[in-house]
Design a binder for this molecule. Structure first.
Ligand code: SF4
Length: 261
């Protein structure tokens, strides 16, 4: 049916646009800073200037597509300045790193004969050459890549494209309410001092987990390619689905019926 979700009209920039603004601003910011040593050395005044410049570029880019007006641009500029300052404080806590790639248009990911266009926000190199993949989220974020039917297989697909020396994958939640990393990591202290190894779904290394992800993604893609589409949504999928007005299943959800949790 190709039913698309309609954007909800809101004053100023909407959530999607705010996400784009944060992505653009961070891309510029890290194209200038490049590594954790620069971040730790930058003065508060220079940081403020760099953040302002990054925000201004992001706003100028987006406003060429849709401009909600000067008043909203000024409000967004102030909001983003605060959020990005908080985010850089989170990045300051990390083990030493160098940004290797930004907003990398990767080769197409191919699973079960299907092509997936992906864009990895950032790849960092740690001091010993190990790699960390990061995807920014400006809204809610949780470890939704786990389990046999993940709600969001984005990080596993990225990891399968760049498995070499990979020790961690993470969402970077860049949000006024909370800035933090939500990660799968085989190393302590990658994202903050004393940070722990994640559960890795019971595996002993990220490489082992990437092997599990490979089989899982291949199976899901093969099911999709074969047209296998039993009505067996997870409860979480139905709650966030934009097709509820076209679908009978949420009624079953309300009755607490058989759907997977
Ligand atoms: S509401 Fe649930 S069953 Fe219906 S289309 Fe959305 S995810 Fe699928």
């Amino acid at each position: 049916m190709r039913a698309e979700k309609l954007d909800r009209p809101v004053p100023g920039f909407n959530d999607r646009e705010r996400g784009e603004l944060i992505h653009h601003a961070l891309e510029h910011l890290w194209s200038e800073l490049r590594n954790s040593a620069e971040l730790l050395a930058i003065s508060p005044a220079a940081q403020s200037q760099l953040v302002n410049e990054s925000v201004a570029r992001a706003l100028a880019n987006l406003s060429r597509v849709r401009d909600p007006g000067v008043r909203w641009q000024l409000r967004e500029r102030t909001r983003m300045h605060g959020v990005l300052g908080k985010w850089l404080d989170v990045e300051r806590l990390r083990a030493a790193f160098e940004v290797e790639h930004l907003e990398q248009g990767a080769p197409v990911a191919r699973h079960a004969g299907l092509d997936f266009n992906v864009r990895i926000d950032r790849v960092d190199r740690l001091a010993d050459g190990a790699r960390v993949l990061i995807d920014y989220k400006s809204g809610a974020a949780s470890p939704d890549w786990r389990d046999d039917r993940p709600d969001n297989p984005q990080l596993p697909i990225y990891a399968l494209l760049q498995p070499d020396a990979l020790v961690a994958v993470a969402y970077g939640r860049v949000n006024a309410g909370e800035c933090r990393f939500i990660a799968e990591t085989e190393r302590v202290g990658v994202f903050k001092p004393g940070g722990r190894i994640s559960q890795m779904e019971g595996m002993t290394s990220l490489a082992e987990l990437v092997g599990v992800w490979s089989q899982r993604i291949e199976r899901l893609a093969a099911d999709f390619a074969a047209g296998r589409a039993e009505v067996a949504p997870t409860a979480r999928a139905c709650k966030s689905c934009h097709l509820q007005s076209l679908c009978r299943i949420p009624g079953a959800l309300d009755e607490g019926a058989h759907l997977d949790e």
